[in-house]
Write a protein that binds this ligand. Sequence first.
Ligand code: C2E
Ligand code: CA
Ligand code: CA
Length: 739
Amino acid sequence: MDEQFAFSDDELPGPVSPRVWRVLAVDDDVDFQRATAFALSELEVLGGRVELVQAFSCREAQMMLAQQQDIALVLLDVVMETEDAGLRLIHSLREVIGNRDARVVLLTGEPGLAPAHEVMRDYDINDYWAKSELCAERLLTVLTAAVRGYAQLRAVATARRGLQMIVESSNALFCSKSTRELSAKILTEISSLLNLQTEGVVCLRLDEIQDEAELAVRIVGANGRFSGAVEGNLDSLDAPQVAKALSQCLREQQTLRLAEATVLFFPRFQAGADYACYVTCERPLDDTEIELLQVFSVSISRGLYNVALFSRLEEMAYQDDLLKIPNRNALIRMLDMTLKSNGKDQSVLVLIDIDNFSGANTAFGTGYGDFILGLVAKKLRDAFSSEVLIARVRDDLFAILGPQTQVRAAEIVALFRRHKRPYELGQVHSLSSVTMHLADFTGSASVALQDALLTLKQAKRLGHDQHGVYDPRLQSAHAESYRMLLALRDAVEAGQISVELQPQIDLRTQRVTGVEALARWRKADGKMVPPLSFIPLAEATGYILPLGDLLMRLALQAAKQLADAGYPQIRVAVNVSAPQLLQHDFIERFSSHLQAAGVTPQQIEVEITESVAMRTFDTVCEKLRALRAMGVEVAIDDFGTGFSSLSYLRLLPADRLKIDRSFILEIGEVSDQQMIAEAVIQIAARVGMQVIAEGVETQQQADWILSHGCRQAQGYLFAKPMACAELLDWLGCWSERQR
Ligand code: C2E
Ligand code: CA
Ligand code: CA
């Protein structure tokens, strides 16, 4: 610090050294005053003219000193109105007025009356002279020394103020997040630091080679008449002199001081890249200012480095590692900005998902998968202007966000359809998409993405090459489902889920052959939630696995109670959903539940619907065979609604077909439905299965099915589903009645 602001004698700082040195002579001796005025007239010291101000009393001098802070030297006669008037004046100058810079030279009429050493030191008095010794020549020497001392003190004070400003300016720089923002700040801060109207340019060297003929340079910031050149090269400045100065600075790698400008250099090792900053000045800068700029340059370099670091961190947070395109975070950020902007209504979000990607990944390895993803990313990037954001959300899911005039799902899909040879490797044969017009959307960015994803998922459920459009009317349905799912989870934990059992009757013997276990959800307020509203929801969300486990355990407990009450021959039919059945360890789970409940497999029947059975025929058959091998019976529920082919049906390992209620309902009227019921009974006989009718409500229906060869029935005619204890009572009454 001391070194930086030490100045050689010949080079006193310009603006700090005023063009005028004011000297105050305080003496009531008119002759001395006149002689002094004469000696100092037309005098120049250290590049400045000397201007004399005179005071004939200490009081007058005190007024002047209080008003004029720029007095360089006080020539003071010690003995004035009183003995100590002179010393009191100096005390007031230093302690009251607080001026520590003005130099003081004491004069006395009588030689040998020197003030005490402590006084000289405490009041920072430079010199002491007897008037008689002070000839004109000596006066000049004394004056020069004092003015120099004054100038140095002022320079240090200015530098200190400058440093203060540098700290403030540096703080301003360190908030910048982009090079452009930072460059603009650098230029304004330099101008306020120098207290000058400046114009300037900040540019960055792009190439690393030092001796290239052509410098590759990008202008990252500019103001004043250069403003138009931002993002351009040196030519775009349209100022050959400025361009020349900047390239000289970058080439020589050093700061240049020109008559009309200063060009600061920021080296790569400090700033992350080589930068040059051209600042115009209406006058040449003095050394102090150059020093200040140099100190400030360190902060600028750090600012530039920080910005580079920030953008690298941002890259890490907002870029997909594999594909080097924006990631989900970047999408959310952009989506958020778009949703809050005026452009929202014209913007569209498209999500695309490569059909069967995970299959290809498994078949050909992840290297192949990565290759495909790279192709897709490139194709998408090439297809749109930079205004459109292409992001990878996850796996093989990409997002395209931009103006609806540019982003159209059909065209995106077409991009991937152009291939003539669809079975060539390294191609995307089919993809599914969803389009969300942001005008239709009112929620937050992450909810938008989530809703778009949900729509895509629903579309994909229908198969490959599906293209959905987000429908805001479905949004409330989604929200409602979500609430219900949460409530269902709570209900499971709170023990609000139970099963009721509905008897199945042999119509010829009137004996109870089985019961079907049906899920029940009784809410805290006693209201029932019908299974048809929560079971499909649980199936769609995967929650059916834990829920199904619970229902299974409840059904098995009931079976145990029935056996314990003397009804081991009554089968308990359990409804099993597709996701449950298709679990790889379903059979193991099922038998461990049986064991835990102490129930034999013969007491249990598993019901699966016809549509589930036919959808994944082979896997289902395998599971059903395993169940039957254990001794568990299998029933095909809702039979007749799926129009299964007879040949498949023949292969299906099942014991019983349950004729769907809708066919039974029509019995009594001659209708198609009734004919189907008749056909179902015949089919069952042909494939060697038993048949049971569900939803039998009237004696007429019961008579009809029996007469058509269906011996078993379940329905309100006999009993509604009941809790286990109630069922035990009912069973007691029922066998009483049959006697
Ligand atoms: P489902 O398996 O076809 O069950 C038969 C449904 O018909 C039951 O309705 C039963 O209460 C009703 N029902 C029985 N007899 C009659 C009748 O004479 N007239 C009328 N109108 N209805 C009758 P519920 O209990 O509302 O169950 C509806 C559906 O919910 C079931 O149809 C089944 O698909 C599903 N479900 C119920 N419990 C479970 C379960 O524990 N697990 C699974 N996966 N699904 C279940
Ligand atoms: Ca059923
Ligand atoms: Ca059914």
